[in-house]
Design a protein around this ligand. Sequence first.
Ligand SMILES: Nc1ncnc2c1ncn2[C@@H]1O[C@H](COP(=O)(O)OP(=O)(O)OP(=O)(O)O)[C@@H](O)[C@H]1O
Ligand SMILES: [Mg+2]
Length: 428
Amino acid sequence: MPAIISDDPAAGLTELPFPPVTKAHILNCSYHNWHPKYRAITPKSRVVPLTKPFVDYLRADGIVLPDDEDERPEWDDDSGVFSSSDNIDRAPDDDEEEEDVDVAADWRETHDAIKSVIADLGGKVVPKLNWSAPKDATWINATNSMECRSPNDIYLLLKSSDFVTHDLEHAFDDCVDSPASSIQQSEIPYHLVLRKYFQLNPSVEFRCFARGRKLLCMCQRDLNHFDFLFNMQSKLQSLIQEFFNVRLRDSFPDDNLTFDVYVPAPYNKVWLVDVNPWAPRTDPLLFSWLEILTMPDPPDMVGQDAGTEEFVRLSLQPVTDTAAHSNCSSNGSAGSHADGAGNDIDGEADSDSDVDEEFWFPELRLIRQGDPEAYSFGTPQYSAHKLPKDVVDASQSGEGLRDFARDWQNVLARRQQDDATTESSEDD
Ligand SMILES: Nc1ncnc2c1ncn2[C@@H]1O[C@H](COP(=O)(O)OP(=O)(O)OP(=O)(O)O)[C@@H](O)[C@H]1O
Ligand SMILES: [Mg+2]
């Protein structure tokens, strides 16, 4: 029987074609492992090794915060009340009836280390564990963000976050042992990462995907439309491509990785924010993993080691896969070409000599005005799980705002009908 040949790279796939995810790869993506090598290109941060008693505290159910001298409410003789109070359980004071229990007794040193790092970093930090920041728990923090000013702010966020729980309980889920590493979950060296807080502009945060030590594609991290990004697409593509080639390509231990960068104004320096596993657990954001995994390889570049801005002439070796040459101006399906002046050149090159003069850049996918992702109504990310399921279903069923509004009306109408039925049955 003749073989059935399909142009669709996804044809016949029954699951995402990821290479096996090894524990060694997960560990390589842990902040404490990659940060020492890339300290100079990472926004200022410190890493605090965590003891088993502290990790046990993070894992324990319930939120009991240690009594902290700086935060201990003071008794005011004049008013006859404590000067501050909050609604989170704290270890009781001496003069309270309950037995005095110091929840931090077994990890005082860690607590003190955290306090001193916060002070060293200027008093405001953003925490994360080995892999995950508590982005889903900002609602519990007084600042409604990840900004923390005290150890207790940090504990509250970490203990309230499902993302952090994933680090603590499921870091090696779906992983295979590798010859380099057969470590168990219980043996993971946990670390608290404290990053100096700064006003970060989410519009210039990008997630990048590198396969086989080649940068394949990248996209916005924030799911809003930012018009100005479209005017600087080529510049961003070339900056991030160069950053990858010079800083990460040959030094990161794995061939495949995703990494997050920050490119603040005046848009001439790239900062490494995070390294994430090449695995389904990493959110591909504006791509789908199937799309990324089946994307054609970028063309081989001769002299692509451009380490400086001055390097201009690149030559492309013949590329057999025409898809790799097909262009995208704003949201195309493959990488784009640009001339030395950084202008986009749509369409395929006319001749070999034209090809010689060109750069190939990985696609940078942006959210266009009108894209469904842009309709986030200003709601915080990761909050969908706090909404009733029918609201989430309604928001996902349509193409845009109108569909959402119509579906939402239907949901409301259905609810009113249900309420009316319940009331009338109660009257009976
Ligand atoms: N120093 C900082 N000051 C303020 N905000 C920061 C700082 N560093 C990071 N952030 C914000 O925190 C967000 C989350 O950080 P990070 O990417 O490390 O978390 P993560 O849990 O690894 O996320 P993901 O699950 O998407 O990989 C960043 O997108 C950025 O907006
Ligand atoms: Mg990450």
